[in-house]
Design a protein around this ligand. Sequence first.
Ligand code: AMP
Length: 484
Amino acid sequence: MSFQVLGLNPKILQAVTEAGYTEPTPIQTAAIPPIIAGHDLIGIAQTGTGKTAAFTLPMLTKLAAAQAAAGPNRRTRVLILAPTRELVVQIEENIRAYAKHLPLTIATVFGGVGEQPQIRALRSNTDIVVACPGRLLDLLGRRNGDFSGLEFLVLDEADRMLDMGFLPSIRQIVRQLPKQRQTLMFSATLSKEIEGLTHEFQRTPKIVQIGRRANPAETVTQLVYEVPRHLKTSLLIHLLKEPNMDMVLIFSRMKHAADRLARQLEQAGIKTATLHSNRSQNQRLRALQDFKSGHVRVLVATDIAARGIDVDGISHVVNYDFPMHVEDYIHRIGRTGRANAIGDAISFVTNEDHGELRALERFIGRGLVRKKAEGFNYTAAAPPYNPADEERRQPRHQQQRGQRPPRNDQREQRGPQNFPRPSAGPRPPQGGRPQFSSRPQSGGGQRPPPARGEVNGNREGGNERHFPSTAPRSGGFRRRFGAR
Ligand code: AMP
């Protein structure tokens, strides 16, 4: 199949060719025609499947066909909502590449950076706005932006936005949009909650679902190292002596623990960068650049800061702290083995982690290989007490708090073993709109305090900075994009 037959605008085809894409991915083949035909759409696809182009290319085609009024009557035509600033910036970069031959303006809106440029962009009614819900709602509440002429609303990674507690903000934003619009929603899974959203925001949407991207749980070599907690850092340093561990992403559950671990690695002579939301925008950008360029070979990250990391060539993912949720495990190990790279995922498992390990093994349907590091002394004594390590001794439930944004709904209680399998197929609509309690509006134009999830989502999820990743990658097209 070629891009030529999908009905795209020639200027967009030119940009696609210049991006080096030779054929559409399965989600693009399935989604582009119905979007051009004017349908609402639910795309069940993970990041990495080419879904950004799947919704962007047809939208741009339609925008180009109906050129908007220039000058003072110009209004924003597309709003794309995404859970993290990293994803927002990644989407923006993609759109800029695909729209480079079109006279369209694009802006991003997300928290943690100065709001003036964003206010200016909203006030000048930029054609395409890509935004995190929290900051956008904040700016809209202060009468910035005119979405009365909106033609497209895209909810990208809708499942993540629900998980991060953005639903109330999304509702308030959507209330300000015209009802006559095309709404496109993308999610990695089709859950009951997502079905609820489609009833609420879409009109008789078409559903497109593609074969999963190669499931990392099936393609990445996964190893478990059982280790006493006090020896985790020594074991890590021991393993990092292996020359083939040349690009290693390490997951820590806590931001401070990530910093401490990075310091310990540096002390052991291992160049290390850290990525978490307490770091400034520039620090995060630098960390990613250093890691990508090979200036440092180790990056220590927290789950949320690492969300959507799209770095080719990661040789190993190390779960220094075992993830609390199966979905985090799948997401973490999916950072390696991308684009046909061969990658290993290593998990440190302490006595406390056995429950989570069992849940994971049930979920992926097999046991993971246990490995012992050769030449490592597993009976070494604990290092002397160091008050700086105090947080390490906190009970688990306290550690978890503050690091992971709360889930907004039943999923919170559901537990990892019940998390829907990534391969779960679409379920028929359940019918009936879900009942949601709406938050009361306080008077005097005051915004009600944000829900816990919104604040967390904004802070932790919203603080990551992106790194360019739009360059097409070579080889492995079929395997990467799930073509059969
Ligand atoms: P996404 O799922 O949108 O995050 O896309 C994942 C990666 O696939 C991005 O780096 C895109 O540049 C790339 N990509 C998207 N469409 C194609 C295509 N048709 N051929 C090759 N690469 C693509």
